[in-house]
Design a protein around this ligand. Structure first.
Ligand SMILES: *Cc1c(COP(=O)(O)O)cnc(C)c1O
Length: 379
């Protein structure tokens, strides 16, 4: 008998710690500060651990900033909250200024609109502007912040030098799941266009998208790039990865609910690509499943689908050594980053539970969701 009911995400503390140790090595050897992008990984029950390694969080608005303030600073008083938003709202800016150490504006308009209010509320706050370096090697348009007509960041053409007196730093975020070579090419363009302003600044934030914890990532090159930059310009450097923190630290465990034949074998799972693993449809990509292979590779092939009424709620076609049975459990791998942060209760489908696998292998149920969570979002 299984103790835990499916579906659930299970985050393995040992694997998370391994990622954090590598990120700490990058900090120690390069001198950069690394903060967690909550957008990609916000399992705050792990923040006691994460806060031992990383210097704070980057938030995409008031709610994430508040979560960092409440749940990260609790363990590390010196941790920093950096808050960026494509556009801040009048009704939230004061609350954000109060709990943020850094505020990052997206446009000169926003900076001019809010700078005085922000400084009045929090005179210590560091102020930055997000730059659009207009270079990105992002693999797909939906994740390319420098694409045509991008709304993310200020281009050189729109940069207003009047802002410099307010700025402590500049931010850019131009990568997605990329290696140090991609960072290098963004840096070339960024330095060419913006280094003339560096003398006014204290730091540059290199954003996220650095796939540091992926096997094969050129960590040494990243360290060299950061050290060179820091020495050349005498500026502090921040990185703010999300995915690299939660990369390959756990799975989504699901059960087979039904199997039938309709031109091929179809299996329905108690999870959903649309609601629980949205990047499989948005990116799109095919997640790995434990003990499964590509269609036709092993003896028994199935189309695995979710338990919603969306026709396209399909995880993919997978083959198995033995026939699947109703009640079998499938372990969909690497489903911790950009999953539960994006979950929906579409179709009223239950949100998967959150489980942490402790260092002693014990699987601890952290949170279970029920009907109330679905109802509360509606009226
Ligand atoms: C999404 C995002 C990040 C984190 O990106 P990852 O790909 O998860 O590392 C960092 N900074 C900004 C501004 C972002 O939008």
């Amino acid at each position: 008998m299984y103790e835990l009911q499916t579906p659930y995400y299970i985050c393995d503390e040992v694997l998370l710690k391994k990622n954090l140790e590598l990120l700490k090595k990058v900090q120690d050897e390069s001198g950069a500060k690394i903060i967690l992008a909550l957008k990609g990984f916000a399992m705050w029950s792990t923040f006691e651990l994460v806060s031992k390694y990383l210097q704070g969080c980057t938030a995409s608005g008031y709610h994430e900033a508040k979560l960092a303030y409440e749940e990260f600073l609790k363990y590390n008083k010196a941790a920093e909250v950096h808050t960026y938003s494509p556009a801040f709202k009048e009704s939230e800016i004061e609350k954000i200024a109060k709990i943020s150490n850094h505020i990052v504006f997206n446009s000169p308009n926003q900076l001019k609109k809010f700078i005085w209010k922000v400084k009045e509320i929090n005179p210590e706050i560091h102020v930055s502007l997000r730059i659009n370096p207009e270079v990105s090697a992002s693999p797909v348009d939906i994740y390319n912040p420098c694409g045509i007509y991008s709304r993310l960041g200020t281009t050189l053409k729109n940069f207003d030098e009047d802002m410099l007196k307010h700025l402590d730093g500049l931010n850019f975020h131009a990568l997605c799941e990329q290696d140090a070579e991609a960072l290098e090419s963004v840096l070339v363009a960024f330095e060419e266009n913006f280094s003339k302003y560096f003398q006014h600044l204290k730091y540059i934030n290199f954003g996220g998208g650095h796939h540091i914890t992926k096997k094969g990532y050129n960590v040494e090159k990243l360290i060299v790039l950061i050290k060179r930059f820091k020495e050349k310009y005498n500026l502090d450097v921040y990185l703010e990865p999300g995915e690299a923190v939660g990369w390959e630290v756990g799975d989504l465990v699901t059960s087979v609910l039904d199997i039938f034949e309709n031109g091929m074998q179809v299996a329905i799972l108690d999870t959903s690509a649309e609601a629980h693993m949205p990047d499989t449809l948005a990116m799109p990509y095919r997640p790995e499943i434990q003990n499964a292979a590509a269609a036709g590779e092993k003896k028994f092939t199935y189309r695995l689908g979710g338990n919603t009424c969306l026709a396209g709620d399909i995880i993919g076609d997978y083959s198995f050594e033995n026939p699947l049975q109703v009640g079998d459990r499938l372990v969909i791998q690497d489903q911790i980053h950009y999953t539960f942060v994006k979950n929906t209760t579409f179709n009223g489908i239950a949100l998967p539970s959150l489980v942490i696998k402790r260092a002693n292998a014990e699987e601890e149920l952290i949170k279970k969701f029920d009907y109330q969570h679905y109802k509360e979002r509606l009226s």
